[in-house]
Design a protein around this ligand. Structure first.
Ligand SMILES: C[S@@+](CC[C@H](N)C(=O)[O-])C[C@H]1O[C@@H](n2cnc3c(N)ncnc32)[C@H](O)[C@@H]1O
Length: 341
């Protein structure tokens, strides 16, 4: 396959610093994409990598890697929310020494107009990363005005969410909204009407990203993936997560906080009734995320919102974690409501 689109890996030096020195053992790359992190890990001696991606488009890249690392590399097309089953099915003798999440989209997805992710190119409204139940077309044409407004205000933080939702519902009474450009035009019409000082790129990007997050159930995926990673990691194993959206970072921060409650007493995020539960499983070096350097942003503008958090597993014991501890139920519920409508 010709590589028309190229994905530049984000924060790879920071990831490398966290993972080094590379121990022998199993590494899980939950977001294979162009395979840069997978390749780097495989280039270290005695490592084994299981890579996951929900997008079957990237399978061909995995075949190239397989040629050089037949016995140490496996690629699986699946969602990382299924990590626990993926590991169980393999009946591994040892638990993974590191689990990596590099969230969001690869350039192979964003830059391909046929995938319908970008307002910059005309394409059918899809935004599916792979293994989806719904598409952007369903969201835009089937949800009621209130759900649309909620998606735009909660996930896109757009102050004109109500008007954008209203214009979408009006427009689709004439005919279905099928293309990225039709949707972008409606967003910009709402902005012009409000006469707000708007930035075309930001306005469209936020609404498109909000829809994409619902289509791919990105917050629930992250929550399920992270909890499985914490359960299944080996002692001294590392979890590394790169996020691109403030809600994603919030989920990672809260989960890491709750599971590393040793140093600062019980996490402030836990409800009173659960303060005595033992979630002391991780250690985090820094409560603040690592952010991208100016140099990296200059080389790759798409990295600008990336934040990296990591943790080390220090103890292993079973736990019962409830999603509601994160106090983000309204976001998870919108994802659920929209996918079931
Ligand atoms: C930012 S790219 C990863 C790039 C990769 N680290 C590299 O350097 O080439 C994110 C990838 O994760 C995949 N992905 C996103 N959410 C996923 C999920 N819930 N399960 C599995 N793969 C997912 C996307 O399809 C995409 O290929």
């Amino acid at each position: 396959m010709s590589l028309e689109f190229k994905h530049i890996p984000v924060m790879s030096e920071d990831i490398d610093k966290i993972l080094a020195p590379y121990k022998s053992g199993i590494y899980i790359d939950c977001t294979f994409g162009g395979g840069s992190f997978t390749k780097k890990i495989l280039s270290e001696k005695n490592t084994r990598v299981i890579s996951i991606d929900r997008d079957d488009f990237v399978e061909s890249f995995s075949k190239e890697i397989k040629k050089n690392y037949r016995n140490r590399f496996e690629f699986i097309i699946d969602k990382f929310s299924n990590l626990e089953n993926i590991l169980k099915e393999r009946n591994l003798q040892n638990k993974p020494v590191a689990i990596i999440f590099d969230l969001g989209l690869s350039s192979f997805q964003i830059d391909n107009p046929e995938r319908g992710f970008s307002y910059r190119q005309d394409g059918l409204l899809k935004m599916t990363m792979g293994k989806n139940n719904i598409s952007a077309h369903d969201i835009v044409n089937k949800l009621n005005q209130k759900d649309l407004r909620n998606i735009f205000s909660l996930f896109g933080e757009d102050k004109d969410s109500g008007l954008i939702a209203k214009l979408i519902v009006q427009k689709r009474q004439d005919k279905e909204i099928s293309s990225t450009q039709e949707l972008a035009e409606i967003i910009l019409r709402a902005k012009r009407y409000k006469n707000s000082k708007y930035n075309k790129v930001d306005s469209c990007a936020k609404i498109f990203q909000a829809i994409r997050m619902i289509v791919n159930q990105e917050l629930s995926e992250l929550y399920k993936g992270l909890i499985s990673a914490i359960k299944n990691l080996s002692i001294h194993g590392k979890i590394v997560v790169i996020t691109f959206h403030s809600l994603e970072d919030k989920i990672v921060k809260k989960i890491f906080d709750i599971f590393s409650n040793k140093t600062k007493g019980t996490s402030r995020y836990l409800p009173e009734s659960n303060k005595n539960e033992n979630f002391n499983i991780l250690e985090i070096k820094d409560r603040k995320p690592i952010i991208v350097s100016k140099k990296e942003i200059n080389n790759n503008n798409r990295s600008r919102s990336a934040k990296l958090r990591s943790a080390i597993k220090i103890q292993d014991h079973s736990f019962e974690f409830k999603r509601s501890y994160l106090n983000l139920e309204k976001y998870f519920q919108i994802e659920e409501i929209c996918v079931n409508k």
